[in-house]
Design a protein around this ligand. Structure first.
Ligand code: SAM
Length: 284
């Protein structure tokens, strides 16, 4: 058991500081203040973060913290905290830990009773999710899919029956293959590719996977893929006869067929399309 009252003790603190994913105006005043006030800033790449700090006139000591050396780097930060220093963790862009390094040091620092304090700020998957036009809750953020086809398909099969909206990060040179894999395993679902978020060439491609595929060759920039969850498997243990009875009863009680379908869909979690299909089959 470990209870942290972030601002009611004088223990050393590890701050998790998000940085802009494109538009520098998204750097918050609190992020600047914390980066100026800590003793050390741990970053992925001192050149990338050095430029950011220079832009905001933050003069502070930078050390590296990378995925491939997460073990020794975490120990280094824990040593600094143990010596009474406050440390800020940043990544090249967005939130640290989100498809970026930091998991180990946060687990260790929190287990050891140091304060771990997150700041609010930019993150690519949330921008993509809320503007996708797809259902936002519940969602599953899966990060990058494995690069190899076999592992990628295997991972997608794991997600195939999930009812929640799926969010992936992907590199531009792999997007076409990745979406073909998604079509193969998930079927032709509705999706959204959010590209170059917060930047000048920000773009959203919305449609079904099959509709988007011809647009993907040569698509450049950073991108997030948001894909509709599985609505049918979600309802696989549902008695469709019972659903139909519920609709018929609602209609008999005076509701229009569309209103009844909407209501039963929201009550049962079965998709409106599936219920329309059942009603249509009954009518023919
Ligand atoms: N930590 C970051 C975050 O909080 O979003 C993510 C870092 S991850 C190494 C980089 C990936 O995030 C990119 O390949 C892309 O999929 C996504 N990404 C980052 N910035 C983006 C942007 N401006 N527009 C679209 N996707 C972005």
């Amino acid at each position: 058991m470990n209870r942290q009252k972030s601002f009611e003790n004088d223990k050393p603190t590890l701050y998790l500081v998000p940085t802009p994913i494109g538009n520098l105006s998204e750097m918050t005043p609190r992020a600047i203040e914390v980066l100026k006030s800590v003793d050390v800033i741990a970053c992925e790449d001192t050149r990338t973060s050095g430029q950011l700090l220079k832009h905001f006139e933050i003069k502070n000591r930078l050390i590296t913290y990378q995925n491939f050396n997460e073990d020794p780097a975490a120990k280094g930060i824990i040593n600094l905290l143990s010596q009474g220093h406050n440390v800020a963790l940043i990544s090249d862009a967005g939130y640290p830990l989100i498809s970026d390094p930091g998991q180990r040091v946060v687990s260790e620092a929190s287990a050891m009773g140091f304060n771990v304090v997150p700041l609010s700020g930019p993150n690519a998957m949330l921008n993509a999710l809320v503007a996708s036009g797809l259902v936002v809750q519940p969602f599953l953020f899966a990060g990058f899919l494995p690069a190899g086809r076999t592992d990628c398909l295997k991972k997608l099969r794991e997600y195939r029956s999930y009812p929640m909206t799926l969010i992936f990060y992907e590199a531009p040179h792999r997007i076409e293959k990745m979406m073909k894999n998604c079509l193969e395993v998930l079927g032709d679902r509705r999706c959204c590719i959010a590209r170059e978020l917060t930047k000048m060439h920000e773009e959203f491609l919305r449609g079904t996977i099959r509709e988007l595929l011809p647009e993907l060759a040569g698509l450049k920039g950073e991108m997030v893929v948001v894909i509709e969850g599985n609505r049918d498997d979600y309802s696989s243990d549902v008695d469709y006869g019972e659903i139909l009875t519920m609709v018929n009863e609602a209609v008999a009680a005076g509701m229009t067929t569309s209103a009844a379908i909407r209501q039963i869909a929201s009550e049962t979690g079965v998709s409106k399309n599936k219920i329309y299909e059942l009603v249509h089959q009954q009518e023919n």
